[in-house]
Ligand binder design. Structure first.
Ligand SMILES: *Cc1c(COP(=O)(O)O)cnc(C)c1O
Length: 479
């Protein structure tokens, strides 16, 4: 190796040390998070253009890791939406508490493979701890079992795999061994307002998106239990708490009574809505959830843990074990002695995603979770009141953290949404509710303050008053 190469190599090694890399990453992250509240809440056209700096073909020679990080910061971070700031209200997307990001970094330094207890005792142990805490917070039966997955869609899939196993097991059919092709038909019942990801989970499980019975919903999107038709044979009913548009919750208690009377398994999709159970003021909205057979939720929306924090919860321990079991000579022979995560969920190798949920819940405590839920719901109320006072129509009963507003006809509402997104003070998305175009404000972040609500309302009302023409901003447009 010639001297020049040797020097370059030594420099590369120094720049490759964990100390140096983490220090640089922390500096980039520090800058990002310290400017997040004042930057455009969305992504500008210029930022999208700059993404090409990250593309091209893979270079033959590697690059200095410091410059790789620098490039990622310079070209990558402007093409992020400001969901870590306090004025991003798009989707139902939370921010991430400082402790959750920090615990995630520690977990990254550990780089544990959470597949088996012996491969990562701390990961498996924390999953048991977090599951018990979540059951307690949500008022679910303490003897349920659970799995930690990427998000609520995968939690739906995981819980419904257990449901599929259980309802077919009752008929003597072993679906894990024999599949679905000659199995007794399973009736799947969903509400009219079923979330799109639930239909995808059903499709992945072989139930078919279009093979479902649909129960009509009321004006807020809640399933109408009196319209559930009695079913003969194996059946699974999927209820929902926390409609992505209105925040409304199906009357789960009543639904469980009816569905259980004909032997159906009741699954509850409660991505964010399930957390209403952690608030004494809002618990009544999800009354009866403890009667269901399985639940899907996540900590990345309303609990403000980083993405990749889905949780599947199942009452029938054996059904989940049957549907997820895996055996091989290199896996421990008694999967039941200790928690073996890969025997409970769809993944094998994966990151130890319970770590940051544990750190977040431990730092919040029960009171902190309740306060987060109540505070964000209070912000949603403030938005709704401000919009109503200004003469705009709020289309939903604001029971949780979701607000739907129309600024007039669909065309005007569209124009206002586009202008709000371009102006960049805050970011809200569009949706359609009962055939009307609406703007959706979802207050899901811990970082949103009273003054963020005031500032955002002021921008929304100013832009709406101008009919969605210009936002009066110097910021570059989004598209
Ligand atoms: C967000 C959401 C989902 C999907 O959750 P992911 O974490 O994105 O997979 C499912 N159901 C409801 C009601 C949701 O709000």
């Amino acid at each position: 190796m010639d001297t020049q190469n040797l020097v370059a190599d030594m420099k590369q090694t120094a720049n490759n040390s964990y100390d140096e890399m983490l220090k640089q990453a922390a500096a980039h992250a520090h800058r990002y998070l310290h400017t997040i509240r004042e930057r455009h809440a969305g992504v500008t056209e210029a930022a999208l253009q700059r993404l090409t700096a990250l593309g091209g073909s893979l270079p033959f020679h590697g690059e200095d890791p410091s410059s790789v990080l620098k490039l990622l910061d310079e070209a990558g971070s402007p093409a992020t939406v400001a969901s870590m700031g306090g004025r991003f209200f798009g989707g139902v997307i939370g921010g991430a508490f400082p402790v959750s990001v920090a615990a995630h970094w520690m977990a990254d330094a550990w780089d544990q493979n959470a597949c088996l207890f012996d491969i990562s005792p701390v990961s498996a142990y924390l999953e048991d701890v977090v599951l018990a805490w979540v059951l307690d917070l949500l008022g679910l039966p303490a003897n349920c079992i659970g799995a930690f997955v990427t998000g609520t869609q995968m939690a739906d899939l995981t819980a419904l795999a257990a449901a599929r196993s259980a309802v077919l097991h009752k008929t003597g059919w072993d679906v894990e061994r024999d599949g679905l092709f000659a199995a007794p038909p399973v009736t799947v019942i969903v509400g009219e307002e079923v979330h799109a990801t639930m239909l995808k989970a059903l499709a992945l499980l072989g139930f078919g998106r279009g093979r479902v019975q649909i129960v009509p919903a009321d004006s807020q999107g809640r399933m109408r239990p009196s319209l559930i038709a009695r079913v003969q044979g194996p059946a699974i009913l999927c209820a929902q708490v926390g409609n992505v548009n209105t925040g409304a919750c199906d009357p789960v208690g009543e639904i469980c009574d009816i569905a259980h009377s004909f032997g159906a398994w009741v699954h509850v999709d409660g991505a964010f809505g399930l957390w209403a159970a952690a608030s004494s003021q809002r618990r009544h909205l999800v009354a009866g959830i403890d009667l269901a057979d399985s639940w899907a939720t996540d900590a990345h929306k309303w609990v403000n843990v980083p993405q990749d924090s889905g949780i599947a919860i199942v009452r029938d321990v054996e059904a989940l074990r049957r549907s997820m079991s895996i055996s091989a000579s290199y896996y421990p022979p008694d999967p039941h002695a200790k928690r073996q995560p890969m025997q409970l969920g769809p993944d094998s190798s994966r990151r130890a995603r319970a770590i940051e949920i544990w750190a977040t819940l431990r730092s919040l405590g029960k009171r902190g979770v309740e306060e987060l839920i109540d505070r964000t719901c209070g912000h949603a109320q403030k938005f709704a009141n401000g919009l109503r006072v200004a003469g705009y129509e709020v289309l939903n009963d604001v029971v949780l953290n979701q607000v739907l507003v129309s600024f007039g006809d669909d065309e005007k509402t569209n124009r206002v949404i586009d202008a709000i997104q371009a102006e960049g003070t805050c970011w809200c998305g569009g949706t359609v509710w009962k055939e009307r175009k609406a703007m959706r404000i979802s207050v899901s972040s811990w970082a949103t303050t009273d003054s963020d609500v005031t500032r955002s309302l002021e921008a929304i009302l100013r832009i709406a008053a101008a009919g969605g023409r210009s936002g009066g901003s110097q910021r570059e447009p989004v598209r």
